[in-house]
Design a protein around this ligand. Structure first.
Ligand code: NDP
Length: 487
């Protein structure tokens, strides 16, 4: 299987290569096969991406918003028309099953482009009456933005960053994760086909050092990172040196609270979705499942039953519900957490091991795993695992569970399952999380802001809220008479 792109980088409307950059092999994690070889960006590549981005931004910002919006909406249509091909590439890039990538990746990117294409015409300032005089504000583009992506949703992350940035009149240079470099190149190709000026969305490949060079570049105005908290801290600090704008979408260890009056079958669906989709490699996952003691054993029994039926296999087979992890390195990390769970005394309900599937023996598979009787201080309850590992904890008291749910440095997401309307809103109001659900999990429509509090992040993606993070306000005072002065 090969997925070799024409070249490593996409700059100024064309594929470009600089073989002097360090080699970057792309591995299909279902088989361990190398499917492409790319090169990390050299300083010359970074420079040309910055120059072309700045040039394109001036041209783009001068267009009428309706024209900018049209380009984004056209790109959304092209993505939808090419969904099958883009989904197959996403599966090769990440190992996620085609059953998922057909509905959750390119399509989510298309929704985002369509949404921001639609609101491009509504990004306005305000008028402020001041008696005789008045003032107005303009919402202006920031300039050249850098997007840095994680490896779990390479197409979606590229679109979630590019669409609002471009709608607001910015240009963007995107650096995908070195683990999944292929999909963002397609987004760049499609934006050109949709009529974007050359250089408006450039893609440069590389390891963390390329990301760092982009963040530090004096001609870059903003950085939007999706990644882990430690990387976020480094990127935020580097951006601060240049007083640059930031959006930080970082990790989580989110609580999913199931009260004893919840629809148990529905809560199990949410817990499975929020732990096993994308092999558990989702930042907003509800990895600490707090279940009321009165329903705990019933919950665990049925959860175990349903988890054992998950179809694990070849990601290209549409019947497969769970594929491998993104890489063999990542599987090692997840396997260490499986060991830690058992060592710390959690009760293993399902799974607990790496997997060798017939015909896919070299794939990076692990079993969907459920630990019960997990306590708050166990490593598996405190650290982000980013694999299909669910921790079930129990509780009896509402106030106590809220305090424990909030007892983490993270604050990305949270959910409550209950049939008591008042309790649902009361508890959500007390949870320290940026993105919450009631009787649902991990639904992230583009119309709804997405992001975290505490160490899970700064800023919001999606919805109108994202506009605040890709524009700056210029205030203009208009005198309607002579200047007043004491001199
Ligand atoms: P990392 O933090 O390891 O990397 C994120 C990106 O930053 C990669 O492109 C990486 O490049 C780059 N990078 C690394 N070091 C630097 C640096 N010093 N300066 C600039 N860029 C750098 O995250 P992962 O890719 O492992 O993704 C998993 C993490 O992402 C999890 O913590 C997850 O929770 C989080 N995440 C958050 C989401 C959210 O929206 N809140 C959504 C999805 C994931 P390279 O890969 O080459 O090292």
């Amino acid at each position: 299987m090969r997925a070799q792109p024409e070249a490593s980088h996409f700059i100024d409307g064309a594929y470009v290569e600089d073989p002097a950059g360090a080699a970057l092999d792309v591995v299909y994690s279902a088989t361990g096969e190398t499917i492409a070889r790319l090169h990390s960006a050299t300083p010359a590549i970074i420079d040309s991406a910055v120059k072309s981005g700045r040039r394109a931004q001036r041209e783009w910002a001068a267009l009428a918003p309706v024209e900018r919006g049209r380009v984004l909406r056209r790109a959304a249509d092209i993505i939808r028309a090419r969904n099958r091909e883009l989904s197959e590439l996403e599966t090769l890039d990440t190992g996620k099953p085609i059953q998922e990538t057909l509905v959750a990746d390119a399509t989510s990117g298309a929704d985002c482009l369509e949404f921001f294409g639609g609101i491009a015409t509504t990004i306005n300032g305000e008028t402020i009456p001041l008696g005789r005089d008045w003032a107005y504000t303009r919402r202006e583009a920031l300039g050249l933005c850098v997007g840095i992506g994680a490896w779990n949703y390479p197409t979606q992350i590229a679109c979630w960053k590019a669409a609002p940035a471009l709608a607001c009149g910015n240009a963007m240079i995107f650096k995908p994760s070195e683990v999944t470099p292929l999909c963002a190149l397609k987004v760049a190709e499609i934006l050109i086909e949709a009529g974007a000026p050359k250089g408006l969305f450039n893609v440069v490949q590389g390891f963390g050092d390329v990301g760092a060079a982009l963040v530090e570049h004096p001609l870059v105005d903003k950085v939007s990172l999706t990644g882990s908290v430690p990387t976020g801290a480094k990127v935020y600090a580097a951006a601060a040196k240049g007083i640059k704008h930031v959006t930080m979408e970082l990790g989580g260890k989110s609580p999913l609270i199931v009260f004893d009056d919840a629809d148990v079958e529905n809560a199990i669906s949410g817990a499975m979705l929020g732990n096993f989709y994308s092999s558990g490699q989702i930042c907003s996952n509800g990895t600490r499942v707090f279940v009321h003691k009165a329903i705990k054993e019933r919950f665990l029994e049925r959860l175990g039953e349903r988890t054992r039926t998950i179809v694990i296999g070849d990601p290209m087979d549409e019947a497969t519900q769970m594929g491998p992890l993104v890489s063999h390195d990542h599987r090692e990390k997840v396997a260490a957490y499986l060991e830690a769970g058992t060592r710390d005394g959690a009760r293993l309900v399902v799974g607990g091991s790496t997997l060798s599937l017939p015909g896919l023996e070299t794939g990076a598979y692990v079993e969907p795993t459920i630990f019960a009787d997990v306590s708050d201080d166990m490593t598996i309850a405190r650290e982000e695992i980013f694999g299909p590992v669910m921790c079930v904890l129990d509780f009896t008291d509402e106030e106590d569970v809220v305090e424990r749910a909030n007892g983490t440095e993270f604050g990305l997401s949270a959910a409550v399952y209950t049939s008591d309307l008042e309790r649902a809103h009361r508890v959500i109001g007390k949870l320290a999380a940026g993105t919450c659900w009631i009787n649902a999990y991990n639904l992230t429509p583009v119309e709804m802001p997405f992001g975290g509090v505490k160490r899970s992040g700064v800023g919001r993606e999606n919805a109108r809220a994202a506009v605040d993070f890709y524009t700056q306000v210029k205030s203009v005072y208009v005198a309607m008479g002579p200047q007043e002065t004491p001199y």
